[in-house]
Write a protein that binds this ligand. Structure first.
Ligand code: GUN
Ligand code: FE
Length: 443
């Protein structure tokens, strides 16, 4: 059974960090996106495609809107939803004072399910249809997350956090348990529907060399499997890593020597990497997740996306919220902050580049570009419908724009969840079910 979505649309045919914006962006002012069995089967000008549709095809027509590929969040922690916007600390104190306390509750499947549902509904409200997500050390946390993700049919890469030192005892596994529990989750969830398991050491300071070795061995058994962790986020963290791993050449080497730097290895942050480390990531096909709201919130630093993308060996780079150190589920807000990070590094990130990072660039960083990140035949029918009249100010400002690039820029600077009119997940329009009422108790 076919259906279709109609309206103004953008997608990417090339990388705007390599070719000029005009050559990378495809813009159709009146597009028809034809969907069948959750996939896009045709895209083109509505006038041309409409006659080919079977009579009675259900068409959803969006006016004053811009249809974009469903957003891709390359790095987030669902279990930190209860503590998003926790005041006052930088990374290591923030972990000890807030994060580890919050994560201890996620051995309880009821807590994990409730928070996973809130997290996923927030993502969908913000037009995010694919993400790479950290659980906690508890396998139950990942069971609950995958279960809730499957109910909503989102695309998700997720894994159990592995850590065997430098955290409260109740949050520690061991090298062997990390291996065994990860493998059991792989057996249950990897490849189920749109779900993939991601091997997830938290970061070097909380894994012993033995644990990293065990996870490297697990990764070697699953050469196509995603890996996610943190890298070079904070200066104190980096000094600590240098003390903990005195034999390593640099922070990247800590992971690389265990086979954890490879295609589909996604490293959160990477703000303070050296040129040789960027070369090594690029040569090995690994990716970075740029998390600007988190980097500003924790005072971690100012990631330079031009430095990672516009070099002789570009590093695959996606955009990410890093909730709950990140302060927003909105990829529009995250693009806004990425623009400001770029400004601080002395250059301007164009709207075309920012939207690329939040869609096709993120898909490439996660290794899912053959499935999502573009509006094209053969892709999953994941769409975010952005509202060009979302607020009085956006509506007014849109009367003054002359190009699609300007309109996109206004959306990313002034937009947030109010600017997401609809989210389509694998060909279905997402509708919030229970809302958040349960989170506040019965009323
Ligand atoms: N480094 C290690 N763990 C974390 C985390 O939970 N959030 C962030 N932002 N950085 C980390
Ligand atoms: Fe993170």
């Amino acid at each position: 059974m076919k259906s279709a979505v109609r309206g103004a649309m953008i997608t990417f045919r090339a990388d705007p960090f390599i070719v000029p914006d005009e050559e990378s962006l495809t813009h159709l002012s009146d597009a028809l996106i034809v969907i069948e069995n959750g996939k896009i089967v045709a895209v083109g000008d509505a006038a041309e495609l409409l006659p080919s549709l079977p009579p009675g095809t259900d068409i959803t027509h969006y006016r004053d809107a811009l249809i974009v590929p469903g957003f891709i969040d390359c790095h987030a922690h669902y279990a930190q939803t209860p503590m998003i916007a926790a005041f006052g600390e930088q990374l290591l104190d923030w972990l000890n004072l807030y994060t580890f306390n919050t994560e201890q509750a996620f051995g309880d499947p009821a807590v994990a399910s409730e928070v996973a549902a809130i997290f996923l509904d927030e993502q969908l409200r913000h037009g995010v249809t694919t993400s790479a997500v950290f659980g906690t050390v508890h396998p139950e946390s990942v069971e609950a997350l995958f279960d809730q993700a499957r109910r909503r049919n989102v695309r998700m890469l997720a894994g159990k956090v592995c850590m065997d030192r430098n955290a409260p005892a109740s949050l520690l596994d061991s090298a062997q348990r990390a291996y065994d529990e990860s493998e059991a989750l792989i057996g249950r969830w990897h490849g189920v529907g749109r779900l993939e398991y991601a091997i997830t050491p938290r970061f070097a300071p909380t894994s012993s060399p033995q644990q990293l070795e065990a996870l490297g061995a697990l990764a070697a058994r699953y050469p196509d499997m995603p890996i996610q962790t943190h890298l070079a986020e904070n200066r104190d963290e980096m000094a600590w890593v240098a003390r903990l791993f005195p034999d390593a050449r640099d922070y990247t080497d800590v992971y690389a020597r265990h086979g954890l730097v490879r295609p589909r290895a996604i490293f959160g942050h990477g703000i303070h990497l050296t040129e040789p480390e960027l070369d090594r990531l690029a040569e090995n096909g690994a990716s970075l997740a740029h998390c600007p709201t988190s980097n500003f919130f924790l005072g971690s630093g100012c990631f330079d996306v031009r430095r990672t993308r516009q070099r002789s060996l570009p590093v695959l780079t996606g955009l990410a919220t890093d909730v709950g150190a990140g302060t927003s589920f909105s990829m529009l807000t995250t693009m806004n902050e990425a623009y400001k990070a770029a400004q601080f590094n002395g250059h301007a990130l164009s709207a075309v580049q920012a939207f690329y990072l939040a869609t096709r660039g993120g898909a490439r960083a996660l290794g899912v570009e053959d499935k999502v990140g573009s509006i094209a035949a053969g892709m999953d029918a994941d769409l975010a419908v952005l509202d060009m009249a979302a607020t009085p100010l956006i509506r007014y400002r849109m009367t003054r724009v002359r190009t699609i690039g300007e309109a996109m820029f206004v959306l990313m600077m002034l937009g947030d969840d109010r600017a997401v009119r609809d989210t389509w997940v694998a060909g279905c329009r997402w509708m919030p079910s229970g809302g958040l009422a349960g989170a506040f108790g019965d009323q």
